[in-house]
Design a protein around this ligand. Structure first.
Ligand code: URA
Length: 231
């Protein structure tokens, strides 16, 4: 891809602005050589204003989503994109969340600009396990684990039963729930159907990926091995 288009697609500016940046010598290689619009330098060797370019198309990143942020590009209030560099919102292809977390849910949220990868990971066939930690309003009644594991549980207004999910009881109001699909408000609706109410919800893991020591509100790029581990 031509240099101007490549840099413009990463959200650094319009094509016109990038042409100007190239003319001013702000686009160089790692040896400090000024690049021209038709230069064929490898992506990882290009610097813009002395900083390495943002990652090429195909990036996947993990955000530790705080409560109160919405998974949307244009909504009222705080958006998960506010926690990423401004440029990322302007990338082409667009950077999308891989599934969603409710505004009132915190934890592991993935983003990618690779549509094929996104669809592979969220496909019902992929069955990537997601682990949620929930605090409940009322003590468990003891029937929930069997109900959730049954493969026969139906949610209101849905036509297909839920896939079996594993409930781990920590104490009578704290649980860990592993889902193998991602339906709308699934955890909250499962507990509501079981006569309870989820007070707090946090996604602790997405497939094999946990947040580790990633602080709340921070993000990091996944390594190639981590991306491969998601399928
Ligand atoms: N289930 C929910 O109810 N909410 C989420 O954000 C994720 C799963």
């Amino acid at each position: 891809m031509r240099l101007v288009k490549l840099i413009a697609n990463l959200g650094y500016g319009s094509r016109k602005e990038i042409q100007t940046a190239i003319r001013h010598g702000w686009v160089t290689d790692r040896d400090g050589n000024t690049l021209k619009a038709d230069s064929k330098t490898a992506h990882e060797d290009i610097l813009f204003d002395d900083e390495p370019l943002d990652p090429a198309v195909g990036m996947v990143l993990l955000l530790n989503k705080p409560l109160g942020y919405t998974c949307s590009v244009k909504d009222q209030g705080k958006l998960v994109y506010d926690l990423l560099p401004d440029r990322y919102r302007l990338r082409k292809p667009v950077l999308s969340t891989i599934g969603r977390l409710d505004k009132a849910t915190s934890g592991a949220l993935l983003f990618t600009d690779d549509g094929t990868f996104l669809h592979r990971v969220i496909s019902p066939k992929a069955e990537v396990p997601k682990i949620y930690e929930a605090t409940l309003d009322r003590p468990l009644n003891g029937s929930e684990a069997a109900l959730f594991a049954s493969g026969e549980m139906m949610l209101e207004n849905e036509h297909k039963p839920l896939k079996p999910a594993e409930l781990e009881v920590i104490d009578d109001t704290h649980v860990r729930l592993t889902l193998h699909e991602g339906r709308y408000h699934q955890v909250r609706r499962m507990f509501a159907a079981a006569g309870n109410h989820v007070e707090t919800l946090h996604r602790a893991a997405f497939g094999p990926l946990t947040l580790g020591d990633l602080p709340e509100g921070e993000w990091r790029l996944l390594t190639a091995e981590e991306v491969a581990s998601l399928g």
